[in-house]
Every structure is written in C-alpha cells, then in structure tokens.
Design a protein around this ligand. Sequence first.
Ligand SMILES: [Zn+2]
Ligand SMILES: [Zn+2]
Length: 205
Amino acid sequence: MRKERPRTRLVVLADLLGITVKAGHVSRGGQVTKEFFREVAQAVGVPGELAGIRDKVGLCQLICNYTAIPFDERTMTARGARVTNRWFDAILARFDSFRAVVVQEGADLPNSQLGRAGLAGHLRTEREPPAGPDLGIDAACYCCGDSPGVRLGHPVLEAHCTMAYLKSVSRLPSAKEFVAVCPSCHKILHLRGIQAMEFRRELRP
Ligand SMILES: [Zn+2]
Ligand SMILES: [Zn+2]
C-alpha cells in the first residue's frame, strides 16, 4: 500500500481554518493525530461534548457531517485508524471554492480583525443567502443609508450576514440574520471585519 503523506494537506487545512500547527498534531510515525482533528472539529462547529468522546475516525466522520460531506469510511480511512488523503481532499475541496475570494480579499488587509477562516465562513453564508432583506432598486443600505440603486437604475444592494464572523463556519444563518448593504459598505465590512451595526453607528452616530 502506498504510504500516505498528509502533512502538506494538514498545513493547508490548518491555515484555512486558522489552526496553528503544533508538534503534537503529527505523530512520530508521520500520522496526523487526534489532537489535530479535534481542533478541526472545533473550527467547523462540532460541539465540544460531541468531539470529546470520539476516536480519530469518528471525529473525521463528525467533521464530514458538519461540513455536508458524505463520509466514506472505505476510502477516507485506512488500517490502523489512519485518515487518508481522500478525507483531506474532500474537506479542502469543500472550502476551496471560496478560498480564492478569501485570498484575494484578504491579501492586503493589515487592519482586518477577521481571520481568513472567519472570512471564509462568512462568505460561504453569503453565497446563497436565504430570502431575507429587501435588495430592490429603492432599498437603502443598512450601514450608510444610501440607495445607490435609484441613482444607477439597477438593484445593486447585497445581503450581508450579521452573524458573528467566527460562528459563520459552523451553522447556517436564518433569513433574519441578513441585512441589505451597498457594495462599498459591504467591502469595508469584510475588509475591517467589523459588524454591520458597529459600522452603521460609525457612519450615522
Ligand atoms: Zn452603504
Ligand atoms: Zn458580508
């Protein structure tokens, strides 16, 4: 059997989820340890009491459940409770679609309070927002109060998720947790990693 080398993937996944790679994350034999999977589970929102009782394979299954990935024990695990590259690839692919956006938007943002993982989760929630705020041509931006659609003759407001950024990864927000913002304000919210209400107070005290 080909020897699995999950280390590169471990580093990429850790980076994506804001996990600091520690010596204890890889065993002497080169295997990713339960300790690492615990941190991944935590990052994707698996409740601690659930994550605490699982073995390594069980943890990987839980992580799949929480990220809507079908868990295939046959290909994702191997003898000796090893987790294969298949599992890592499935998880990475799940996050990959918005990674490009994250890197692009987060590239030169020294002031952002928002980690990459936080922004990634946030953007995921906004990809397919539930029918929530009015994004019509006359609607006003929650933050600045402007109605650019009227001026531009086209509806341009976007739905911004108001859920705390770090929680965005772990659960789907409800329709009530979205506000309509103009593209400029939306950009700034993501760049600075601040909450819409906070920014609104700054603009319109
Ligand atoms: Zn605005
Ligand atoms: Zn947003």
